[in-house]
Design a protein around this ligand. Structure first.
Ligand code: HEM
Ligand SMILES: [Cu+2]
Length: 558
């Protein structure tokens, strides 16, 4: 628990994050169960408010913001860069404990019954309610430091710790995703920190910044909040884009199509993301001109996002697609994130949002992005890198079953919510006495959430199974070409590499890696997957040793 090894810290994060995901998931199932029937099903409206708030806060601040970067990013990114560790290992450990401290404060709020403001903490209500806003606000404040420090650490690591020869345009796209994320973490997180502090000061000292009676402005809170929280949705999704880029190329056995476009579109999204916060405030009374401008800039973000989707599909085009668990998750992501993204454009359209604001349409939209996007990508990445950092193979059959259950359960739960939202089902309501015809739709959604929960349990079970019963993993079970596959054992040594690798080719240059000196035959990234040796089948015996020999440690070192 005091190790400064990035892999150990990443695993500690993974355990902590998974715990909060489970807690948030249980709360979600309680919320869904309450909605399954008209009237009070298992809780009253007051309890309901606290439960969905805790679900939202736990999922956003304790799970999804740290999720991919702090766990998979910490474990894998330094290895992909050919580094021994991150730039500031001790700071990395400190981030982890700050995160734990923040989580502790947030959980402390449960002692007095939690918070009932929604995860957005809007004033004036949050300045007045009797619930534990102060403990929760301070929890978010402290956890924010963990996020900022991780961001700084990753930026410096990427600038300073790349192995010789690993130029910017040879950097794996996962690192590019994390780099763009880190920029947002460092620039945006201080804003939410200060906002939470101001809210606490407003409650304790009555400083009059949000309270109109004291000369403040409650809408100012919304501006502050979304100035962080819109960029924060890119903290959530950019790492996922990075993971998907890795999965799509490895399992299509093709060089990634449009490397530069994918890398730079992440940075473009990170920067544009700072200019659109007002699309959350179309109905807040902000001026029509601002609303129109915010709406237009929101459409712009669709461009770099679309570029990525097209490039991933082009990477798969004429590749020999290998449908193992991580790739099933990656393909799920392409479907689900596209739905999430396109409905985002819909609610970004000013006139449409006036109608859909604060309905289940929005709930469905953000779950398609956060769960269908980030969570699914994280699961894919987890299965992909699991053999690498645990040294054990997972169970492929169970993996496939989980991917299928999660996909079906997720769509059952959330697709129907688009329908309910457009028919007027408001969000954050415990009951819907005026919309009785929605009851069967709600029930369908609730059953879907149980299916989804079952799929997720299967993932957990697979992990436990693998740790005890899984076969030892070879160094490169998937035939990847980036450093974590070609130059380290599974799991890697404490210092990752026996010698600092010298990098002479790009991260997806399969031809060079597997067929000796490159003659550029893989150059166009179209349809030449056959040039790569068949990777090792995951679960069956045999082949690993054979395959490992070719890419044995050191043979590609200069
Ligand atoms: C097991 C899967 C999940 C289910 C069944 C689920 C279900 C729900 C439900 C029923 C609500 C209440 C909607 C309302 O009345 O406003 C909700 C809200 C929310 N969920 Fe989830 N959710 C799940 C996963 C997630 C994940 C993975 C995230 C993010 C990482 C997330 C983030 C949120 C947020 C931010 C809210 C808004 C809370 C608020 O209104 O303050 N959920 N979810
Ligand atoms: Cu936004």
């Amino acid at each position: 628990m005091t190790s400064v090894d990035h892999k150990r810290i990443g695993i500690m994060y993974l355990v902590a994050i998974s715990t909060f995901f489970a807690l948030g998931g249980i709360l979600a199932l309680l919320v869904r169960t309450e909605l399954a029937m008209l009237g009070d099903t298992i809780m009253d409206a007051d309890t309901y408010n606290r439960v969905f708030t805790m679900h939202g806060v736990v999922m956003v601040f304790l799970f999804i913001v740290p999720s991919i970067p702090a766990s998979l990013g910490n474990i894998i990114m330094p290895i992909q860069l050919g580094a021994k560790d991150v730039a500031f290992p001790k700071l990395n450990l400190m981030s982890f404990y700050l995160y734990v401290a923040g989580a502790f404060l947030a959980i402390l709020s449960l002692r007095t019954g939690g918070v009932d403001t929604g995860w957005t903490f809007y004033t004036p209500y949050s300045a007045e309610t009797g619930t534990a806003v102060i403990a929760m606000g301070m929890g978010v404040f402290v956890a924010g430091f963990a996020s900022i420090l991780t961001g700084i650490n990753f930026i410096v690591t990427i600038h300073k710790m790349r192995a010789p020869g690993l130029t910017w345009n040879r950097m794996p796209l996962f690192c590019w995703g994390l780099y763009a994320t880190s920029i947002v973490q460092v620039l945006a997180t201080p804003v939410i920190g200060i906002t939470m502090l101001l809210l606490v000061l407003e409650r304790t000292l009555g400083i009059g910044i949000f309270d109109p009676a004291l000369g403040g402005d409650p809408v100012l809170f919304q501006h502050f909040f979304w100035f962080y929280s819109h960029p924060a949705v890119y903290i959530m999704i950019l790492p996922a884009f990075g993971v998907i880029s890795e999965l799509v190329t490895t399992f299509s056995r093709q060089k990634v199509y449009g490397y530069t476009a994918i890398a730079l579109s992440s940075v473009a999204i990170a920067l544009l993301g700072f200019l659109v916060w007002g699309h959350h405030m179309f109905t807040s009374g902000q001026s029509i001109v601002s609303s129109i401008v915010f709406s237009m800039i929101t459409f712009l973000i669709g461009i770099p996002s679309g570029i990525k989707i097209f490039n991933w599909i082009a990477t798969m085009y004429r590749g020999s697609v290998w449908l193992v668990t991580p790739m099933l998750y990656a393909i799920s992501f392409l479907f689900l994130f596209t739905i999430g993204g396109l409905t985002g454009i819909m609610v970004g359209a000013l006139a449409v949002d006036i109608h859909l604001h604060d309905t289940y349409f929005v709930v469905a939209h953000f779950h398609y992005v956060m769960m269908g996007g980030t969570v699914i990508a994280m699961l894919g990445g987890l299965f992909y890198w699991w053999p690498k950092f645990t040294g054990k193979l997972y169970h492929e059959g169970m993996g496939v079953a989980s991917a299928v259950l999660v996909f079906i359960g997720f769509n059952m739960t959330f697709f129907i919510q688009f329908v309910m939202g457009s028919q007027g089902m408001p969000r954050r309501y415990a009951d819907y006495p005026d919309l009785p015809w929605l009851e069967p739709l709600h029930q369908f959604s609730t059953i879907g959430s149980y299916v989804l929960g079952l799929g997720l349990l299967l993932v957990l079970f697979n992990g436990i199974w693998s740790l005890f019963k899984g076969k030892p993993a070879p160094g490169n079970p998937w035939g990847g070409a980036s450093l974590e596959w070609t130059h380290t054992t599974s799991p890697p040594d404490p210092h990752n590499f026996s010698r600092t690798p010298l990098v002479t080719h790009g991260p997806y240059d399969y031809y060079t890696v597997f067929n000796g000196a490159g003659d550029g035959a893989m150059g166009d990234g179209m349809g030449d997957g056959a040039n790569r040796p068949a990777p090792v089948p995951v679960i069956t015996e045999g082949a690993p040793q054979e395959f490992d020999k070719q890419i044995d440690l050191g043979t590609r070192q200069a």
